[in-house]
Design a protein around this ligand. Structure first.
Ligand SMILES: Nc1ncnc2c1ncn2[C@@H]1O[C@H](COP(=O)(O)OP(=O)(O)OP(=O)(O)O)[C@@H](O)[C@H]1O
Ligand SMILES: [Mg+2]
Length: 345
């Protein structure tokens, strides 16, 4: 394209950072990228090709990442590296810390927000202090005994994503079941802190926000998890299989639909998410998961500052509910981040 003065105008180059398919990933079944993961990347590229106004390149070789960032610092990074540096989930924040140190503008939340949100108990405490409803819970260090509990409870790792460490047996109805799952989790995740939480048996919601406090937020339609097609004997929860195993009934039979919320419930969820977005220092977009208690009060499960970007993820479903394609969702995210980085909004 030529400008009025004959200068060649170029589209801003977006460097998309992704997980590294060459390296092991302990959070995935088989501890490596699955065919579905590779397909997700293909679909991401196809969707970004529809987002006008930018050119794209893709970096996923983590062995080269630090050198490459220093030698050819990108003009703008779309940080979709949700696996963490070298696919180590605890090192998700390190990627953003490097970008900060090198002065590379990037999309999404920074290292502090990513670090805080990887600690569910910490997010719960911060949310509670802001008046956001949270479940009752106990945080167990690796050697702590089970406290006195009011059953049923939900048992899960404090630091994990993608339902790692969550199975049907996370739901425990008595001391024996709770002790058994705690022992199993400690064997598979040595050294991990474990949350024992009030089981929230009600409706489950996900809320997506795109934007920033100064520029304002785009509130996506609220998603409700639809468990009605799930066989009745299975507990209602999004377990590891729901995100990784196409054969699992949790994958095949759990659906998402638009939540039908009363005005004040919707306003309450939006208010809670905006407060959390600001307090936790999120940027550009985020996803907030809630589940209702027996009285119908939505309580915060967790905050996702780097939520799944995939075509069939919750954010893409939310966009789909208002008739938008995956590409249109990605365009909102890229534009919000680019605007914040380059127009100071
Ligand atoms: N206290 C609870 N009561 C009832 N269900 C729960 C509770 N905690 C978690 N769950 C169920 O487990 C699922 C995963 O929990 P959570 O969001 O905390 O884990 P995660 O690994 O961070 O998941 P992701 O990042 O993929 O959303 C929830 O979507 C919900 O179905
Ligand atoms: Mg969740």
């Amino acid at each position: 394209m030529s400008g009025a003065a004959g200068n060649v105008m170029h589209s801003p180059l977006v460097t998309v950072l992704l997980g590294d398919p060459r390296l092991p990933d302990r959070s995935k079944p088989g501890e490596c990228f699955t065919p579905d993961d590779l397909d997700q990347v293909k679909r991401l590229k196809a969707a970004l090709d529809t987002v006008q106004g930018y050119a794209y390149e893709y970096w996923d070789d983590h062995a080269q990442l630090l050198t490459r960032l220093q030698e050819e610092p990108p003009e703008f990074v779309l940080n979709f590296c949700d696996t963490g540096f070298r696919n180590e989930a605890r090192h998700e924040l390190h990627v953003t810390a490097c970008l900060e140190m090198l002065g590379v503008p990037y999309s999404g939340s920074g290292p502090v927000a990513l670090g805080i949100c990887y600690d569910k108990a910490l997010v719960r405490a911060l949310a509670d202090a802001q008046g956001v409803a949270v479940p009752r819970e106990a945080l167990l260090t690796p050697s702590a005994a089970l406290p006195l509990l009011e059953f049923p409870v939900f048992i899960k790792p404090n630091r994990a994503d993608g339902s790692v460490g969550i199975t049907e047996r996370s739901l425990a109805s008595d001391d024996a079941q709770a002790a058994e799952y705690l022992t199993q989790l400690r064997a598979t995740m040595p050294g991990a802190d474990i949350i024992v939480q009030e089981f929230l048996a009600g409706t489950e919601y996900s809320v997506g926000l795109i934007g920033n406090p100064d520029a304002g937020f785009d509130l996506l339609p609220v998603l409700e998890v639809d468990y009605t097609a799930l066989p009745a004997h299975l507990p209602r929860l999004l377990d590891y299989g729901s995100k990784t195993d196409p054969q699992s009934p949790y994958w095949t039979d759990v659906r998402f639909r638009e939540a039908r919320l009363e005005g004040n419930t919707l306003a309450g969820l939006h208010e809670a998410c905006t407060v959390l977005f600001n307090r936790l220092g999120l940027r550009d977009y985020g996803r907030f998961d809630f589940r209702c208690d027996a009285r119908g009060t939505p309580r915060l499960l967790e905050v996702n500052p780097n939520p799944a970007w995939c075509w069939d993820g919750k954010l893409a479903h939310m966009a789909g509910l208002r008739g938008e394609s995956h590409g249109e969702l990605l365009a909102h995210i890229v534009n919000a981040a680019h605007r914040r980085c380059f127009s100071g909004q």
